[in-house]
Design a binder for this molecule. Structure first.
Ligand SMILES: [Zn+2]
Length: 464
């Protein structure tokens, strides 16, 4: 048997235009000949798309042909077509240049009637698909997938996907506006502002990605902003949102974080708590991101380090069970002290433990190792002394002390896309721009961005 696919365009006035898209034959029925093949599906989509698009444009040109002022037809100055890349392949649409009507005396002598709607050479849905998938998987894979399942141009490749994604990212960056100078708003300065109802928490971490041109590595900062309170009982807690940037490239990190937190309901006088693993580099970042912030070591990192030390006492247990038990108990009490923000006492306890271990160390290598671990931990706590609050008190008040998100954020935002393969090399700009649509995708916001830019984009999807 034979199938013929035809598209019929029915105009407003009822006239019909028919267009044959394709014909296909079927003989032997088998699993693989049942229904349409991928190639046939692509051919149909491309054929329908091409006809629909050219009809739309022809119809629009017909409507604009007569001068709205006097009704005289515009003279054609130049014919011409433009090719637009869509999800269902490239479509060539008429794009003429017409002469200005003689009844008009102002403005340019010729014009393109398509200028009212024709912006760029790529359809928004195509840009959306490429930005979304390009931010999740390597550009090359996106190009392969698009070519396999959609009738896109054969010239689609990793370069074109990257260009499209970067164009989208540049538009996002431009939309962000100028860098906002950190303004130290203090609650007491503006009595008009309502009292903020709880701190917003931002988890920060850095990760390294391999630089292009054999220039080693550079740092990428990723973070997540969490609101853990509700303005009113009936309100939902705003969803957590992640962000990312390349510190040595970004020209508006402060504005970036500010807009993100504002979208989560931040007030001008909101208190911001930064949680991090206590690394020196991150300490500097949060200072320029938000000068009035408080910095807290994520409890997860303190607890994790202590867990490692506890595990090391196991090695001591075999030969010196009594010493091991005593050390383990000491570690437990250090943990307790730190939980209550009692840093001075915790540091003193560590010094004592270090001396104890040193005595045991004369006859035991596992005690020596443990002593080294305790010394390292002590340095870590001392360096971050000012960022260790009374976790117990905070916990009771329902404040975030840890969500372990500091590490998972860097994995989610950076590692999974940037360091999957050792061969991947990045420029500062390339990495920074990729992070922008990527974080929007992870936050579930990319579609909303496109809808803001193109109000008719996926309107049905929004209504559903
Ligand atoms: Zn006219």
């Amino acid at each position: 048997m034979k199938f013929r696919v035809e598209v019929i365009c029915v105009s407003e006035d009822g006239t019909e235009q028919r267009h044959d898209v394709m014909e296909m034959k079927r003989q032997k029925l088998a699993m693989e000949t049942l229904g349409l093949s991928m190639a046939e599906g692509k051919a149909i989509l491309q054929g329908v798309q091409d006809f629909v698009a050219s009809q739309q444009v022809s119809e629009d040109l017909k409507r604009r042909r007569r001068c709205p002022n006097c009704g005289v037809r515009h003279h054609s100055k130049q014919a011409g077509t433009s090719t637009i890349e869509t999800v269902f392949g490239p479509v060539a649409v008429p794009n003429p240049r017409w002469e200005r009507c003689p009844c008009q005396t102002e403005g340019p002598k010729t014009f393109r009637p398509t200028a009212t709607w024709l912006k760029g050479r790529t359809s928004p849905e195509r840009l959306y698909l490429e930005s979304k998938w390009g931010s999740l998987i390597p550009y090359e894979k996106v190009a392969d997938l698009l070519k396999e399942v959609l009738p896109v141009s054969r010239s689609t490749n990793d370069e074109t996907v990257r260009e499209h994604l970067q164009a989208v990212a540049e538009r996002m960056e431009a939309e962000l506006g100028e860098e906002k100078q950190p303004d130290p708003v203090k609650p007491e300065l503006d009595p008009e502002l309502p009292l903020p109802d709880g701190p917003m928490t931002v988890g920060l971490d850095g990760g390294y990605v391999r630089a292009a041109h054999k220039e080693g590595f550079f740092e990428v900062i990723a973070g997540r902003s969490v609101v853990a309170f509700r303005r009113r009982e009936e309100d939902a807690v705003p969803p957590r949102k992640c962000f990312g940037f390349v510190q040595t490239y970004d020209s508006k990190p402060h504005r970036r974080l500010w807009e993100l937190m504002k979208s989560q309901g931040m007030q001008e006088n909101q208190q911001v708590v930064f949680l991090s693993d206590g690394g020196e580099d991150i300490r500097q970042v949060r200072e320029y991101l938000h000068p009035n912030s408080e910095h807290v070591i994520d409890w997860f990192h303190i607890a994790m380090r202590l867990t490692v030390l506890q595990q090391q006492t196991k090695a001591l247990e075999e030969k010196q069970p009594a010493d091991a038990a005593a050390v383990s108990q000491q570690l437990e009490s250090i943990k307790h002290l730190l939980w209550h923000g009692n840093v001075e006492e915790a540091l003193e306890r560590m010094s004592n433990l270090f001396v104890d271990l040193d005595l045991i160390g004369d006859h035991s290598s596992s005690a020596e190792k443990l002593a080294a671990g305790v010394a390292e931990f002590q340095t870590y706590i001392r360096n971050n002394q000012e960022s260790i609050p009374n976790y117990g008190e905070r916990y009771r008040q329902g404040e975030t002390i840890s969500t372990a998100f500091v590490e998972s954020t860097i994995n989610q935002v950076v590692s999974r896309r940037f360091v999957k393969k050792q061969q991947m090399h990045w420029t500062l700009r390339g990495a920074h721009l990729l992070l922008q649509p990527r974080t929007k995708v992870l936050n579930g916001e990319l579609e909303a961005v496109f809808r803001r830019w193109y109000p008719l984009f996926r309107v049905q999807a929004q209504a559903a």
